[in-house]
Design a protein around this ligand. Structure first.
Ligand code: RM4
Ligand code: MN
Length: 393
């Protein structure tokens, strides 16, 4: 859109109002590194308390109406009841994340394990996750595999791809009409020699083979340094194979820090490709999820901050004067085109977002509103005793 266009602010606000960001249940729980998990007071002790926290983030930001679950971390007896509780709290259950990386049986892999019995167990877990989707009304199954090898020769690279394809096929064929399989890739870790789904090309090839219900998830922390993530976004969107994001920031590897903290410019470039591809609208089906761990910072404010960071990058992307950009690009005006993009990035969108929130009946400053709300004090006082939720719970 052109910036001189008087209807521009209205259109930007409409687009921002429709934007949805999903928060992850595990970000509300204790997390840490392999060295130490620092426990925090007031942390949820069960999935219900995680949902209560996610609902607070939605109430304050107005743009986070779903929460992703991770199974078995969020295992409950009655998933319909959990979904009902979420609805009563004003939110809904988002993606169901399978976990086939924390059982002793998975030492040599889950769906690519050389042992058919272990493969069966892993696939059964993935199918169980689809059952949970049926019961919670969730549309997305998110799959991340830690599978890989540590030493050359340890297992046959190609056979492992066959096993992966067979597992994905079985799960894909079990999906209902409105359900999707979102396949995530990651360069390395915990496997250090080969990883069975190491990059977007591998994920894309498997999704292509599976069919239209399979799409790729981009976790922004899962690439080699220097990777141009917005290129991947543009490519997958064009191919109709982008299912969503796991947003977070990285300085080194899979750091899982707050999105927009390490490289807000990269986040802007990613969101620009989304806007360019007309994929911000909920109907475009892109799941804008966070996948973060708040190891040393308080969790709820960190999640609110992250949601705001995504919103700010999105607002800047919407500010790009597309007419001027296209004209400069067509004229081969390298500096002019770059200036159009940088002009949007350099704009302060905070007043616009504050106005948008006020118009929606929200506090213009969700961080301050949370600090004033007394919720942090309340959960510290209420959530005493019991088992805090964390990586192993
Ligand atoms: C993985 C991957 C998955 C997430 C787990 C917790 O590295 O990013 O998306 O579910 O971590
Ligand atoms: Mn992820």
């Amino acid at each position: 859109m052109s910036r001189s266009d008087p209807s521009a602010p209205g259109r930007i606000k409409r687009a921002l109002r429709a934007h949805r960001i999903e928060t992850p249940s595990w970000a509300y729980a204790n997390s840490g590194t392999r060295f130490k998990v620092f426990r925090q007071e007031g942390v949820p002790r069960d999935p219900y308390e995680k949902i209560a926290d996610a609902a607070v983030v939605h109430r304050l930001t107005g743009v986070a109406p779903t929460v992703a679950l991770h199974i078995p971390w969020d295992r409950v007896d009655d998933y319909a009841d959990l979904a009902r509780y979420a609805r009563d709290e004003g939110i809904a259950v988002g993606a169901i994340n399978a976990n086939v990386f924390q059982d002793d049986d998975y030492k040599l892999g889950s769906v690519t394990n050389p042992d058919p019995g272990v493969r069966r167990k892993a696939i059964d877990h993935l199918l169980e996750c689809v059952d949970i989707m049926d019961r919670t009304g969730s549309h997305d199954l998110k799959l991340w595999f830690s599978d890989g090898t540590n030493y050359p020769g340890q297992d046959d690279i190609r056979t492992r791809q066959d096993r992966l394809a067979a597992a994905l096929r079985e799960v894909h064929d079990r999906l209902g009409e409105h359900q999707r399989l979102l396949l995530e890739y990651k360069l390395f870790e915990p496997a250090f020699y080969t990883t069975d789904v190491p990059d977007w090309g591998t994920a894309y090839a498997h999704c292509l083979e599976l069919g239209p219900r399979a799409q790729v998830v981009i976790d922004t922390g899962h690439h080699a340094p220097g990777t141009n993530i917005e290129f991947i976004v543009a490519f997958l969107l064009r191919a109709g194979k982008l299912g969503g994001f796991d947003f977070n920031s990285r300085f080194y590897a899979d750091d899982d820090l707050m999105v927009g903290a390490a490289d807000p410019f990269q986040l802007f470039r990613i969101m620009y490709e989304i806007v360019r591809g007309d994929a911000l609208r909920p109907e475009a089906g892109i799941a804008f999820m966070l996948d973060q761990c708040h190891n040393i910072e308080p969790k709820l404010p960190a999640i609110i901050r992250s949601v705001l960071n995504v919103q700010e990058a999105t607002a800047k992307a919407l500010l790009v004067d597309t007419e001027a950009l296209t004209a400069a690009q067509r004229a081969g005006d390298v500096l002019g085109a770059n200036a159009v993009l940088m002009d949007a990035y350099s704009s302060d969108v905070r007043p616009l977002l504050a106005e948008l929130r006020a118009e929606s009946g929200l506090d213009p400053d969700p961080m301050a509103a949370y600090a004033r709300s007394g919720y942090a004090e309340k959960i510290r006082a209420d959530r005493v005793g019991g088992q805090q939720a964390g990586w192993d719970a």
